[in-house]
Design a protein around this ligand. Structure first.
Ligand code: N01
Length: 502
């Protein structure tokens, strides 16, 4: 029996009621856009104690966004105050927190509410939380993020390590690392940021590299005061810069799908950056054997310099096991460390899980997703009426800031909400339309460097096909500008039955 029943819809309001899951960049954006649309009967259920998603969780040393700060914002809320080209995690968190406050989203957020299930009954969703709460709403929108479940590797002896050890998204910020020997497992974007920040600052740093990464050099140039003033006071200046950065990112991103000029320029920059490693033996160990851009590129202007600093060692012998005081590699060497950080990435394929989702006619998400996570345009799932996803399966990437992508997706969801409200229906994509869309996207993705570049990465789904739609942002915006109702089924909605979940 549910402990409490809460209706997202106020009894005297005829508009839609909505439950949003997650108060990260997408959930906050949904809050802003729902309010703008005149929809006020919504709650944002957030399992954490604060908002911010990725930018709340990832507060490891050196955490920053390697997408230019002026394009890592909502298009309608430029931030003239960024002090350098790339923003640090705490500043990004502050920006999104500030947006939530300024746009009136904060009162809608319920913290400590971990959603465990959602059931479609009597044409309404019943959303249950771990503490026994039940929220009833017309629509559910999952904005849970893609890189949100930390992956801990299965390494023998992991529990035996005597010092502090944690996944990088659970960094113990109370820890004083001065004089400590730090071990970092993994060489993705996270590990490289940590190494760049801590090389020379700790008692020793061992980077355990299983696979070398291509590194695209970027310079974190400061933004002078007069430019900041111009962004603040000259109308349209910040916005023009936002779209200029978007175009630049998109042009570079086209390298992934075979634009030869973009590819040649990108590859040359990466190989030139690698050539700055002075010791040929170290350079050889840092040289990938797959194509540039196959894994998500590391963007750093300081990583190669950092690994050449005294006290830093790149360990390329495979890890065998972990002991009380360090990591033993297959050649039998014990690499002693005092603190161990797992920069081993995230389960990028969990999406809505582990929530239990049951849609029309008792059909479960696990049934619909038995083969692959099927979501029409990454947004709407067959048999799950009025349930939508932001940044869902096969969402685009690689050619844009994720913020631009989720804005396009949220605008599309709002069009669906308009239809639901105006026609008083529940709306669900046709399974054949969803499959046709997915086949098409996977075919395109297979031909991208993520599929052909000869590497393993979190981009790949369980069949080895990239789970990223290579559609550039400008085309995505066009694709999502209209809702093709022929790809959906509509079912009339039953009248609201307040108290139905008790
Ligand atoms: O994780 P990853 P990440 N033994 O999956 C290694 C975004 N991001 O947290 O390559 C040894 O990239 C694994 O090795 P291998 C960005 O989208 C953005 O760094 O599989 N090693 C790999 O080196 C990024 O792509 C920003 O052989 C093991 C590493 O762990 C995504 O987050 C900043 C291992 C995991 O790399 C994830 O990045 C940071 C094992 N058993 C992150 N298991 C921005 O600035 C795994 N590894 C926007």
């Amino acid at each position: 029996m549910a402990k409490k029943v809460q209706h997202a819809r106020a009894a005297n309001d005829a508009g839609l009621s909505v439950v949003v899951i997650g108060a990260g960049i997408s959930g906050i954006l949904l809050g802003i856009k729902l309010r703008e649309r005149g929809i006020h009967d919504f709650v944002i259920l957030e399992k954490g104690a604060t908002l911010g998603g990725t930018w709340r969780d990832n507060m490891y040393p050196g955490a920053a966004c390697d997408v230019a700060a002026h394009s890592y914002v909502y298009s309608f809320a430029p931030n003239p105050a960024w002090k350098s080209r790339y923003a640090k995690a705490p500043d990004i968190w502050r920006y999104y927190n500030d947006c939530a406050r300024r746009y009136g989203v904060l009162p809608h957020i319920r913290y400590g509410q971990e959603v465990v299930s959602a059931d479609f009954r009597d044409d309404r969703w019943e959303v249950r939380t771990a503490d026994g709460g039940v929220f009833v709403a017309d629509v559910v929108i999952a904005a849970c993020g893609r890189l949100h479940h930390p992956m801990m590797p299965e390494i023998t002896g992991r529990d035996r390590f005597a010092g502090p050890s944690f996944h990088t998204s659970r960094w113990d910020r109370s820890l004083d690392l001065r004089g400590k020997r730090l071990g970092v497992i993994g060489t993705g974007s996270t590990a490289t940021q940590i190494v760049a920040a801590l090389a020379g600052e700790v008692g020793g740093l061992s980077l355990f590299q299983r696979t070398p990464q291509w590194v695209f050099p970027v310079a974190d140039t400061p933004i002078p005061w007069w430019k900041r003033l111009a962004y603040r006071f000259l109308p349209g200046h910040a916005s023009r810069y936002y779209y200029q950065l978007q175009r630049e990112t998109e042009t570079r991103g086209r390298a992934a799908t075979g634009d030869r000029d973009a590819r040649a320029a990108r590859d040359r920059q990466c190989t030139d950056a690698l050539a700055t490693v002075r010791d040929p033996e170290l350079r050889a160990r840092l040289t990938p054997d797959y194509e540039v851009g196959c894994k998500r590129l590391v963007m750093s202007g300081t990583f190669y310099e950092a690994v050449q600093k005294p006290g830093v060692q790149v360990v390329t012998d495979a890890i065998d096991h972990i002991t009380e005081n360090g990591i033993v590699t297959r050649d039998g060497t014990l690499h002693e460390v005092d603190v161990l950080a797992y920069a081993t990435g995230f389960d990028a394929h969990a999406y809505l899980r582990p929530m239990r989702i049951t849609g029309e006619d008792g059909i479960t998400l696990d049934q619909v997703w038995r083969d692959l996570p099927l979501a029409y345009r990454s947004i709407a799932i067959p048999h799950m009426p009025n349930l939508f996803l932001v940044n869902g399966p096969y969402s685009p990437g690689g050619s844009a800031s994720v913020v631009g992508i989720v804005e396009a997706q949220v605008d599309y969801i709002l069009k669906l909400l308009d239809r639901i409200e105006q026609a008083d229906v529940a709306i669900v994509p046709r399974e054949d339309a969803a499959r046709a869309w997915l086949d098409d996207v996977r075919e395109q993705a297979r031909g991208s460097v993520w599929g052909t570049g000869g590497c393993q990465s979190w981009y790949l789904d369980k069949t080895g096909t990239p789970s990223i739609d290579p559609t550039p942002l400008s085309e995505l915006v066009t694709q999502l500008a209209t809702v093709n109702l022929a790809d959906y089924r509509e079912r009339p909605r039953a009248p609201v039955r307040l108290g139905a979940a008790a």
